[in-house]
Design a protein. Sequence first.
Length: 93
Amino acid sequence: MMHAWFDRWGIMRSLSRYFRISLLLPVGRFGLPIPRRANITMLTSVPIQVERRPHPTEEEVAALHERILAEVRALFEAHKSALGWANKRLVFV
């Protein structure tokens, strides 16, 4: 995680306009350009068995895609309260 540093004196804006490129100073851990620590939660589930076909049809691909999304949704619903997301809803776009 990085935090933005806002230049209240306009130095970065002047330099950016002079060099015709957007300049930014990423500020992270200890004021250095090192990202801050962030918790990462990863869940795994049982593998989905897929039968390999040389030329799958669109219906087979769509069915497998729906199956994968259903498994991800079930995994999210099973563990969301442990992460403090009990009121959240998973939406696939």
